[in-house]
Design a protein around this ligand. Sequence first.
Ligand code: ACO
Ligand code: LMR
Length: 264
Amino acid sequence: GKVRAPTHIISTISDDRGEEPRYAGVPMSSIIEQGYGVGDVISLLWFKRSLPRYCTQFIEICIMLCADHGPCVSGAHNTIVTARAGKDLVSSLVSGLLTIGPRFGGAIDDAARYFKDAYDRGLTPYEYVEGMKKKGIRVPGIGHRIKSRDNRDKRVELLQKFAHTHFPSVKYMEYAVQVENYTLSKANNLVLNVDGAIGSLFLDLLAGSGMFTKQEIDEIVEIGYLNGLFVLARSIGLIGHTFDQKRLKQPLYRHPWEDVLYTK
Ligand code: ACO
Ligand code: LMR
């Protein structure tokens, strides 16, 4: 019989060998002619399937809402400082991206992991939050530097509104809101943040769309796909901040002495 030469790479998401590239088997001409959007392309390349319109719209909303949050946040600050040091676009971009992590923008996967585990195990918000406290872990998806009970995050409200209208079920998000009600009884800034809203709602999307097996959902949560939404989204803003600094011909940034506490 035929002997197949061993390959060094296995790839399952795209193929450029034919007349036209294919994303998860879908030819580029169909993607363009059928009016696919960025949400559809993400569905094909990340989830290897076409998702219903409300799911791809939700993905696009996440991207739009998280594209930027002003110049003062960790990522934009790094990008601005790097651009002002005369570095190129890619260096300025990755310098900002490297701040995305457990405190800033990169808590979506952990929020999904922990909310899912707590909900599936039937923990009350009290049991979940106090259990995390005992373990010395901050509740991912809860808390914000400037948002609070009286200054809610509009992005979270918009995501919740969309999901209430279009998702068949929002049980994980409702659980996250119950957790928020409990954490707000402890401190005013312990709101459900945008990472927590996306993390819990994506669980609802995965479970409610009927497009994923339980095993696939577990794999998505375990591998951690969802921080990718913030990374992708915020790249848009970070690129914008790079252009902005270059356009403004901003000089090298040096932090003022007065803003440093020099102490022994
Ligand atoms: N769970 C439990 N307690 C918390 C949490 C939380 N998520 N966040 C703050 N607290 C409490 C703690 O008691 C903390 O005291 P500690 O430092 O002894 O742990 C106290 O509030 C004050 O914490 P600060 O560090 O002053 O709060 P800050 O406003 O700086 O934190 C932050 C904001 C980093 C977002 C924090 O709430 C946090 O780590 N949250 C979890 C991670 C997360 O969801 N990040 C995404 C934020 S949204 C975004 O970046 C797009
Ligand atoms: C963001 O989207 O960058 C924020 O929620 C973080 C912040 O501190 O505003």
